[in-house]
Design a protein around this ligand. Structure first.
Ligand SMILES: [Zn+2]
Length: 269
């Protein structure tokens, strides 16, 4: 296992900050590990624009290869959007204590080529509205700390081939509170096991500052008293904590760019 500690002291790691960083890290990984051929946000803009195009424009778009590729990109985008919205939802429900998110690349999860996990020390009990500008200001800086770090760059292998991407979340709890919500996109599953040959990178989002007081205490507009306050999570990995693994019910199939006459078909969208 290779451990990468990313200092996030510029922001308060609220549930929203956590889900936002996890989702951005996922987007970055999919592109850098060659599972999507375009940067995520560009892919989303292109698909959205194409979906909004008028009838007439759609008729011009008659190349079957380009059409099929568009449908493929669209479906991957939808699956990822669903996953990321679900992550946001999970983090916002503070009763569910998410410990770690796993991104697994491989034909099957248990024969993975590469695994990247993101863990965090979450701070709860704050009003998200008071911290969102801070998050927006520093998000890119935090992502650069990860994606432009020597340790990360050294591990990028441009020859990675397209494979399946499985997504897991690990929550504290025991079998009695297994989330059996049939509408959830996360299904309880057996813990992920993998061979020692699997490349495993563990990204830890950590703050080196500790808050003694809750800055939102006197500002809180909405205070959900039912939330469990996880002010400081135990960082000692030796501690036995009951966890439940959940797997995203869909899998993402990595794909390459499609060309017609040596031109990217996305240009015809
Ligand atoms: Zn606060």
């Amino acid at each position: 296992m290779f451990k990468l500690n990313i200092n996030v002291s510029d922001i308060l790691l609220t549930p929203l900050a956590c889900s936002s960083l996890v989702n951005e890290i996922l987007k970055g990984i999919l592109y850098q590990k060659c599972q999507i051929p375009y940067p995520y946000d560009w892919m989303k803009t292109m698909v959205t624009r194409k979906r909004q195009k008028s009838e007439i424009d759609v008729k011009k778009f008659n190349n079957i290869k380009a059409t099929n590729h568009f449908l493929l990109v669209s479906s991957v985008l939808d699956k990822l959007e669903t996953f990321m919205q679900a992550i946001e939802h999970e983090f916002s429900q503070c009763k569910t204590n998410i410990q770690e998110v796993f991104i697994v690349l491989g034909t099957t999860p248990h024969t993975a080529n590469e695994i990247i996990s993101v863990s965090f020390t979450l701070v709860d009990g704050h009003n998200e509205k008071n911290h969102i500008s801070q998050l927006n200001k520093y998000r890119q800086k935090i992502l650069r700390k990860l994606f432009l770090s020597q340790d990360w760059v050294d591990k990028i292998d441009a020859s990675v081939s397209c494979t399946n991407v499985y997504l897991y979340i690990v929550k504290t709890g025991d079998n009695s509170n297994i989330n059996s919500d049939n509408n959830s996109v996360f299904v309880p599953t057996i813990p992920l096991t993998f061979s020692t040959k699997t490349k495993y990178t563990k990204i830890s989002l950590k703050s080196d500052t500790t808050l003694d007081t809750n800055c939102c205490e006197n500002l809180t507009v909405f205070n959900d008293l039912s939330c469990n306050v996880i002010s400081k999570k135990c960082d000692n990995e030796e501690t036995e904590v009951n966890v439940i693994w959940y797997k995203y019910k869909d899998l993402i199939k990595g794909f390459k760019e499609c060309f017609v006459n040596k031109k990217s078909v996305s240009e015809s969208w």
